[in-house]
Design a protein around this ligand. Structure first.
Ligand SMILES: *Cc1c(COP(=O)(O)O)cnc(C)c1O
Length: 222
């Protein structure tokens, strides 16, 4: 099946309030333009250099999502245009995003990454670390970032029971923050979890943003 059919099929399976981020990492401009031509506007990349190069070449109304691990010294390459940063995993990084956003007179939307997988390799805050950061005075002083919610990546395996448990864990932290620290902040409303293999489960468990690559564009060759 073609890219447009793949997109349509997924779109038909998720409720309208769930954003489908088409993960175009490693894929050429032509394939992105195929999706774009059918009306799709949300695309995700996991490397800043690729994100910046593609944003420069492709139409200006694409909403670019930075979904990968982000190094502070690279924020400057995307600060002028990035739509949403999914994986904020340290206060230091958030601080740099804030500074770079200020240089462009904009507010950058961010999601705080929570470590939900059992694997040790995944980035992100624990619940306690995250609560400590968002309750700190220095967090309250950041004016050029807006926290839209949380993001997480489940363990990469076939155990749907475990994946569901990890998604629920993330949802509980989101609810705790939404009704607590962020209760006056109406724009704290996004939960980014779910990929090609587990997006239906993710939507079941309350995801508002699924990040899907291979199911749309086919397998990646690195
Ligand atoms: C690559 C990637 C995805 C998409 O993965 P697929 O399995 O191809 O859907 C989602 N989220 C992140 C953070 C990624 O790096």
């Amino acid at each position: 099946m073609g890219i447009v059919e793949n997109l349509q099929k997924i779109q038909n399976q998720i409720p309208p309030h769930v954003t489908l981020v088409a993960v175009s990492k490693t894929k050429p401009d032509e394939l992105i333009m195929e999706a774009y031509s059918s009306g799709h506007r949300d695309f995700g990349e996991n490397k800043v250099q690729d994100l910046a190069r593609k944003a420069e070449r492709l139409p200006g109304d694409i909403r670019w999502h930075m979904i990968g691990h982000l190094q502070s010294n690279k924020v400057k390459y995307m600060a002028s245009f990035v739509h949403l940063v999914h994986g904020v995993d340290s206060f230091k990084l958030l601080n740099v995003i804030n500074k770079e956003a200020a240089k462009h007179n904009r507010v950058i939307d961010c999601l705080m990454q929570v470590r939900i997988a059992r694997e040790q390799t995944k980035f992100g805050f624990s619940r306690d670390e995250l609560l400590e950061v968002v309750q700190s005075d220095s967090f309250g002083e950041l004016e050029n970032v807006r926290i839209r919610g949380v993001m997480g990546m489940a363990t990469y395996n076939e155990n749907s029971g475990q994946i569901r448990e990890e998604f629920r864990h993330l949802k509980r932290i989101f609810d705790e923050l939404r009704t607590g620290v962020f209760s006056k902040n109406k724009s704290f409303d996004q939960l980014s979890f779910g990929m090609s293999a587990d997006y239906q489960l993710a939507v079941d468990e309350g995801s508002t943003m699924v990040r899907i690559g291979s199911l749309i564009f086919g397998a990646r060759n690195y």
